[in-house]
Design a protein around this ligand. Structure first.
Ligand SMILES: Nc1ncnc2c1ncn2[C@@H]1O[C@H](COP(=O)(O)OP(=O)(O)OP(=O)(O)O)[C@@H](O)[C@H]1O
Length: 308
């Protein structure tokens, strides 16, 4: 495992979250993860691994049923979990942005695109409406929208899925955030549009030098745009490495199996092997042991053998 925190903008250290109703059942298990300015880090795992919970913790939007048990989430050195609600919101608005999975639900259906980009600029950067509108036009050009005036005047339903995602990418970069979390941003799009959007996110990230945490279940996407990767299983980090090493020498058997289960763009005919049940079982056992040690260290009762 690498996990070098030096110079990172986002530092997550020992983060555990659990259900309020059962604090010993952790959904995230002592997760540590770091993203430096200019770095693209993939956060990979199958459905239910806890990827979205990490993003939700950073943005302070965890579901009510869930709470943080321990750990730190630092943005530029400030622990957001230790801040009072108002200050936390301000810090996050000033420094961080989310590119969500589903562009349609992320946009307000009854407002024109204009206000949905410019609000952030007036509120966060204190720009006048006129300045904000000019900046919005420039941003839409940056995301390769040819007729930005028309798009600013449109309602979300008047745009295609790909166009809506371009608008959200423009909105995410609008206030020059230090950190962007992209939460499966291409899942809702068809394959050709996915490729364009992926390329666009990479291009914008490089131009702006942003720290980017790219959440995905697809190792193929990781190979394309990430430098480093954190692999989650059952809310626990099983591997944290650079992308080249991940594919050349996966350290964890689960990661090795996941690679074999991932379609390759360069070898579309290669056969795919599902992750073997034995690997999943062994990884679950490993996590159960970690849970036992975690509970013992806190003087809690010996663990039930719950599956992660
Ligand atoms: N609102 C909620 N209340 C309680 N538990 C939840 C809630 N949402 C998710 N969970 C649980 O938290 C765990 C992690 O879920 P999370 O959505 O972070 O996974 P994920 O890796 O993002 O999956 P996906 O790729 O399907 O979005 C799962 O066990 C899930 O059942």
């Amino acid at each position: 495992m690498s996990g070098d925190a030096g110079g990172a903008y986002l530092d997550i250290d020992g983060l555990s979250i659990s259900l309020r109703a059962d604090r010993e059942h952790r959904l995230l298990r002592s997760v540590s993860l770091h993203v430096r300015p200019g770095e693209v880090r993939g956060l990979v795992g199958e459905s239910g691994a806890g990827k979205s919970m990490i993003g939700k913790t950073i943005f302070g939007i965890l579901p009510r049923a869930v709470s943080v048990v321990e750990g730190q989430v630092r943005l530029g050195g400030t622990d957001v979990l230790a801040l009072p609600e108002g200050r936390r919101r301000k810090l996050i608005a000033r420094t961080s942005a989310l590119i969500p999975q589903d562009p349609l639900t992320a946009l307000n259906p009854v407002r024109r695109i204009d206000g949905q980009i410019t609000d952030r600029l007036t509120a966060v950067l204190g720009q006048s409406r006129k300045q904000a509108r000019q900046r919005a036009l420039t941003l839409l050009e940056e995301v390769h929208i040819n007729d930005p005036e028309r798009v600013l005047a449109s309602y979300p339903h008047q745009l295609s899925g790909g166009m809506r995602q371009r608008v959200l990418i423009a909105a995410a970069f609008a206030a020059e955030p230090k950190l962007i979390v992209a939460d499966e941003p291409t899942t809702a799009l068809d394959v050709t549009v996915q490729k364009q959007i992926l390329r666009l996110i990479a291009e914008m990230q490089q131009r702006h030098g942003t720290a980017l945490l790219f959440v995905t279940h697809d190792l193929g996407v990781v190979a394309k745009i990430c430098q480093n990767v954190t692999v989650l299983f059952g809310g626990r980090v099983v591997e944290d490495t650079d992308v080249r090493s991940l594919f050349a020498q996966p350290a964890h058997p689960y990661t090795a199996a996941l690679i074999k289960a991932t379609p390759r763009y360069d070898r579309p005919d290669a056969s795919l092997l599902p992750v073997p049940a034995a690997v999943i079982e062994a990884t679950r056992r490993e996590i159960a042991e970690v849970d036992d040690a975690w509970m013992a260290a806190r003087g809690l009762r010996p663990a039930r053998r719950a599956t992660p």
